[in-house]
Design a protein around this ligand. Structure first.
Ligand code: ADP
Ligand code: ZN
Ligand code: ZN
Length: 740
């Protein structure tokens, strides 16, 4: 009988996760050992008895068989957080295709060998008068080093220790003695940098839920008792989803379990997080991408030891190693940032559901505009749906108007601002209210559109927009279809055809020229650079230091500005034209979110949507805030054209320095796929050059495989991986798999 061998790692928090050791699984333990199991093994020359974790199982020995030692025993009740995270890594590897090491590095916070040096700050603790008195005292006593530092602190009450050492030649003793005298305080950067520090749990009374909110809360708890399916709260902006999250957390905490709340990084603002600190105090911690790896590791450790009970953070916070996880909440569930861009390309929603399954926890998703995937799952009974249809205190949603930009051009207005929008801005200026102008640049690529009639050049086979290559030719990145560059519109003959180029800066100029008396702020990647850039701009706008805020996506995510009564959406179509089957969905989501920004308080709001396609269903549905109408149109479109979630789609991305090798490799893959096509009932599309075909001197191609059952696609992928592994011809080609 052939033996089973286990790959075992010893120290999972170690940087070198890849260091595994192979052991034989004795027959008596075969049934007890699986991926993630904690085992006892003899280690090293002295056969020291230590514990390790199984991260892989196989039938091939990597060493001389006689030299491989055997696992001694399985650690009883090995249900440690580590074991479960390793099992999760195993699932990620199997589902998304990556190596086990890559998957482990995704789910485990890895301790770094060299800890980054912590920046330390010296902070003045005295009031100015007291400090001056002290300074006089130091000078009188000829304590010149202390005097120098104190003078410096009077200039700038918070400086880094490094700066102090350089500028004022301070020594450790000087700092220490002044610290002891209460003149200054030493803070580590971590303390300073975490999103919220000095927040004390305020004795805010828990809000009283509205009957609708209460109903949803109770219904979710009932679902937990019964089927425990993933729950989706579909609630209009301002309906109190966040409040329901907090109630759910409260119940989980009472059971002695912990909760994770995922929020898109872009919405991880002071304003949003503060509410949780106020309610739960310091059992809450926040992770963000500006933290160093060491800081993140520290927070993960605190969670593991039970020092915190709630973690709020972006995608990666999903892997917080809580000892007794009870609940994973995903806010703004439809956000694209929940899907990893690196390898493995896991999706936080699916991975959360698997983690919850492994640990007996619950999953609750929330959104005003759920993803097609989540809605589809609800309608098929795989998720449970809960609706919050009313805004708190019946705040009304803004009035929404669409402006047909083709008409504007016809009547001679070639400005970026339509006349109705300009009038609306003028009114706000007169009334002392604020306006936001949102330039929808999502999915912006070199697609081609006609400004006279709104015609968009699309692929005749795939119904996605063609994108322009540097040589001017138009190209479909799904199927590879190509056509010549255009100079006039094929539909109306107008010469105003081309790519849309306006950026936020250009809009700022137009607005300043047209409204010279207005104070204008602009927020985009340029102005928001740096640690506080974006929150400075937002805070300044919140303090009403400007009349108009112009920006990209960043301005529409979850900020509350009570004096904003106008939201102008410029070029709503840009995202509609993205050469991607998600285009209509993204457009609908962005428009609804943008509209939701106006009129958050008692002042009635208005939104103006500028578009070349006022009749498009995503724009129509956004105007009426009618999610169901949008969903029905969109799902029938996806069924018709065979896009997810109606079917499953696997992309096979290939990259290589030689286009020739790449093309032939992808051709081989295609032929292989066509050979197994019957068995898997798939359809193969492509290969095609990708929209950004040549980055870093790598050529990129993509092949699509379309199919009904995703479990089968996993099997197919594993087959492909083996095929690629045994064929040397694929060696120079980097292949990556991606789902839906
Ligand atoms: P959502 O997350 O659905 O956009 P929020 O939870 O942010 O909604 O609620 C919107 C606003 O209404 C918040 O300022 C919140 O404090 C307030 N609110 C909602 N429900 C209640 C309630 N039951 N009692 C008091 N305030 C509420
Ligand atoms: Zn035209
Ligand atoms: Zn095509």
């Amino acid at each position: 009988m052939s033996s089973i061998y286990a790959d075992i790692i010893i120290d999972i928090s170690h940087e070198k996760l890849d260091r595994t050791f192979q052991y034989i699984v004795p027959e008596s333990l075969l049934e007890k050992v699986s991926i993630g199991t904690q085992v006892q093994i003899p280690f090293g020359n002295a056969n020291r008895n230590i514990t390790g974790y199984v991260i892989g199982l196989g039938s091939k020995a990597r060493y001389e068989v006689g030299k491989i030692k055997a696992i001694q025993d399985v650690v009883p009740m090995s249900v440690s957080a580590e074991s479960r995270m390793i099992s999760l890594a195993g699932w990620i590897r199997k589902t998304y295709g990556s190596t086990m090491i890559q998957a482990l590095k995704t789910v485990m916070p890895v301790k770094q060998k060299l800890r980054e040096k912590e920046e330390r700050y010296l902070v003045l603790q005295l009031e100015e008068d007291a400090a001056r008195e002290k300074l006089a005292y130091y000078q009188q006593k000829h304590q010149t080093a202390r005097a120098r530092l104190l003078e410096g602190l009077l200039e700038k009450p918070r400086i880094t220790a490094q700066e102090a050492a350089k500028l004022f030649r301070t020594t450790a003793e000087v700092v220490k003695s002044m610290q002891e005298q209460g003149v200054l305080k030493v803070e580590s950067e971590r303390v300073y940098r975490g999103l919220i520090q000095d927040q004390e749990k305020e004795s805010v009374e828990a809000a009283v839920l509205t009957p609708e909110q209460n109903q949803v809360l109770e219904a979710i708890c009932q679902e937990w008792e019964q089927q425990n399916r993933p729950c989706l709260i579909q609630g209009v902006t301002g309906s109190g989803k966040t409040l329901v999250y907090m109630e759910l957390m409260e119940r989980i905490l009472k059971e002695g379990r912990q909760a994770i709340l995922l929020i898109p990084e872009i919405a991880l603002t002071y304003q949003n997080v503060q509410r949780f600190f106020q309610r739960f105090g310091d059992v809450v911690t926040v992770l963000n991408s500006r933290m160093s790896q060491a800081e993140r590791f520290d927070q993960m450790e605190r969670a593991r030891k039970g020092e915190v009970q709630i973690v709020i953070g972006p995608r990666s916070a999903l892997f917080t190693p809580f000892p007794n996880l009870g609940l994973i909440l995903i806010d703004e569930e439809h956000e694209t940032s929940y899907k990893s861009e690196g390898t493995p390309r896991y999706h936080a929603r699916e991975t959360a559901i698997e983690r919850a399954r492994l640990e007996g926890a619950h999953v609750v998703l929330g959104s005003a505009t759920p993803s097609m995937e989540a809605s589809y799952a609800c309608r098929r009974g795989r998720y449970a749906l809960f609706l919050l249809q009313n805004r708190y205190q019946d705040a009304v949603l803004p009035q929404v108007y669409a402006v047909d930009m083709r008409e504007e051009l016809k009547s001679g207005n070639r400005s970026i601002l339509s006349r109705p929008l300009a009038e609306a801005i003028q009114k706000r200026l007169e009334r002392g209210e604020q306006s936001m102008l949102f330039l929808n640049r999502r999915g912006y690529a070199g697609f081609i559109t006609c400004r006279s009639c709104g015609y968009v050049v699309k692929c005749p086979h795939c119904d996605v927009s063609l994108t322009m290559h540097s040589d001017g030719r138009l190209n479909c990145h799904y199927c590879g279809y190509q056509t010549e560059a255009l100079t006039t519109c094929p539909s109306c003959g107008s010469p105003y055809i081309g790519g849309f180029r306006a950026g936020t800066q250009q809009i700022e100029q137009v607005v300043k020229k047209q409204f010279p008396e207005a104070q204008v702020l602009r927020m985009d990647l340029d102005t928001a650079r740096g640690k506080t850039g974006s929150s400075d701009i937002l805070q300044s706008f919140a303090r009403r230091e400007a009349d108009i805020l112009i920006g990209t996506q960043m301005i529409v995510k979850g900020h509350d500005f009570p004096y904003v009564t106008l939201m102008g959406v410029l070029a709503a179509d840009l995202s509609l034209l993205a050469s991607d089957y998600h285009a209509a969905e993204r457009t609908y989501q962005l428009l609804v979110q943008a509209v939701g920004r106006a009129g958050r308080s008692s002042l009635a709001g208005e939104a103006v949507i500028q578009t070349y396609h006022p009749e498009h269903y995503s724009i129509q549905a956004a105007i009426r805030q009618d999610y169901d109408a949008f969903y029905e149109e969109e799902i029938s479109y996806r069924m018709l054209l065979g896009y997810p979630p109606a079917v499953n789609l696997m992309a096979i991305h290939g990259a290589c320095q030689s286009e020739e090798i790449l093309a032939s490799a992808m051709e081989y893959l295609k032929r292989y796929l066509l050979r197994v096509k019957k068995e898997f009932k798939t359809q193969v599309i492509g290969p095609a050059g990708e929209s950004v075909s040549k980055i870093n001197d790598l050529y990129r191609y993509v092949l699509y495989v379309r199919q009904g059952e995703s479990e089968d696609l996993c099997v197919l992928r594993e087959k492909l991986e083996r095929y690629i592994e045994i064929n040397k011809g694929f060696d120079p080609v980097y292949i990556q798999f991606d789902y839906n």
